[in-house]
Design a protein around this ligand. Structure first.
Ligand SMILES: C/C(=C\Cc1cc(O)c2ccccc2c1O)CCC[C@H](C)CCC[C@H](C)CCCC(C)C
Ligand SMILES: C[S@@+](CC[C@H](N)C(=O)[O-])C[C@H]1O[C@@H](n2cnc3c(N)ncnc32)[C@H](O)[C@@H]1O
Length: 266
C-alpha cells in the first residue's frame, strides 16, 4: 500500500480527521469547522470510485493534457521538493513524480481519505520506480502541516475552486513556497465570453450531468456548474494571488477557454 501519511515537521496547528468529520484542533479543543467544507469532503469521497473514469470519458482524455501543462508551468525539476495540493486521486502528483525523480520528493495533500486511498492504490499498481517518491497526506489546504518555505513548486488541479476560503488557501500556498518558486493552479475557466460560457454550461447540463446520473451522482456533478458560476475569472485569480503576496501572477486560458491555469511566483 502506498505511503498514506508522512511525518512532516509542522509549524501550524495541525488539522485532524475524526470519524470522517473535519475538525480543526486548537490545543486540546476540537472545533467543528464549516459544514460547507464537510459537504465537499463528503462529495469528493462519494465520487472517488468513478472520478478518474468520468474525467477521462467526459473530457475525451483532454484533462490529462491540461494537467501536463499545469505541471510543466510549475517549473518543477529534478531533485525538487514539490506539493500537489487537493491531489485527489493523484494525477498531478504522478506527473510531478516523473519531473523531480527519485532524488526529489512529492507530497500529495487532500482532505478526502477515499481520494487518497485511490491515489495510494494507483501508486502500488504502477511500475515506475520514481513513484516511490510520493507521500499521501490527509490534510487541509487551509492549514497545511508544513514549515514555511518548504517547497520548490506547488500545483493545485481543480482544487482552488472547491476550497471554502480561497484567500486563506492562497496564503498557505505562498507560505510553504520558497521565494522565487511557482504555484500552478489549473481549473475550469469562468469565461467572459458568452459563447464559451454557454458551451461550458450546455456541456455540463446535457452531457456531464446525464452521464453522472447513470452512476447515481446527479447532485455531485450539478455542483460542478454552480461552483464554476461562483468561481473567479482569470483577472480575479491574478488579483487574488497578488493580494496573497505573490510577486507576479498570470492566468492563461486552455481548451478553447473552457479551462484556465494561473501561474503565480512568490
Ligand atoms: C478533470 C476535470 C474536472 C475535475 C472535477 C472537478 C470538480 O470540481 C468536480 C466537482 C464535482 C464533480 C466532479 C468534478 C470533477 O470531475 C475536467 C474534465 C472533466 C469534466 C467533468 C468534464 C468537463 C467537460 C467540459 C465542460 C467540456 C469538454 C469538451 C471537450 C471534450 C474537451
Ligand atoms: C476535483 S478534485 C481534484 C483532484 C486532482 N487534483 C485532479 O486534478 O484530478 C478536488 C479535490 O480537492 C479536495 N479538497 C477540497 N477542499 C479541500 C481542502 N480544504 N483541503 C484539502 N483537500 C481539499 C477534494 O477532496 C478533492 O479530492
Amino acid at each position: 500500500m502506498g505511503t498514506l501519511a508522512a511525518a512532516i515537521p509542522a509549524t501550524t496547528t495541525a488539522s485532524r480527521h475524526a470519524g470522517g468529520r473535519r475538525h480543526r484542533r486548537r490545543g486540546s479543543v476540537a472545533v467543528r469547522c464549516s459544514s460547507a467544507a464537510d459537504e465537499r469532503q463528503a462529495l469528493f469521497s462519494r465520487i472517488a470510485p468513478v472520478y478518474d473514469h468520468l474525467n477521462d470519458v467526459l473530457s475525451l482524455g483532454q484533462h490529462r493534457t491540461w494537467k501536463r501543462i499545469c505541471v510543466s508551468w510549475s517549473m518543477a525539476k529534478r531533485g525538487d521538493r514539490v506539493l500537489d495540493l487537493c491531489c485527489g486521486s493523484g494525477d498531478l502528483a504522478f506527473l510531478l513524480s516523473q519531473k523531480v525523480g527519485l532524488d526529489g520528493e512529492v507530497m500529495g495533500v487532500d482532505f478526502s481519505g477515499q481520494q487518497l486511498q485511490t491515489a495510494a492504490s494507483r501508486q502500488d499498481q504502477r511500475w515506475k520506480a520514481c513513484y516511490k517518491n510520493i507521500k499521501w497526506i490527509e490534510g487541509d489546504a487551509l492549514d497545511l502541516p508544513f514549515t514555511d518555505r518548504y517547497f520548490d513548486a506547488v500545483t493545485v488541479g481543480y482544487g482552488l475552486r472547491n476550497v471554502v476560503d480561497r484567500p486563506k488557501a492562497m496564503r498557505e500556498i505562498l507560505r510553504v513556497l520558497k521565494p522565487g518558486s511557482r504555484a500552478s493552479v489549473l481549473d475550469f475557466n469562468k469565461s467572459s465570453s458568452f459563447f464559451t460560457a454557454s458551451l461550458q454550461s450546455w456541456a455540463i447540463d446535457n452531457v456531464v450531468v446525464p452521464l453522472a446520473s447513470s452512476y447515481g451522482l446527479t447532485e455531485e456533478y450539478k455542483y460542478l456548474k454552480s461552483s464554476i458560476s461562483q468561481y473567479l475569472t482569470g483577472e480575479e485569480l491574478e488579483k487574488l494571488a497578488k493580494e496573497a503576496g505573490f510577486s507576479s501572477a498570470k492566468h492563461y486560458e486552455l481548451g478553447g477557454g473552457l479551462m484556465g491555469n494561473l501561474v503565480a511566483t512568490r
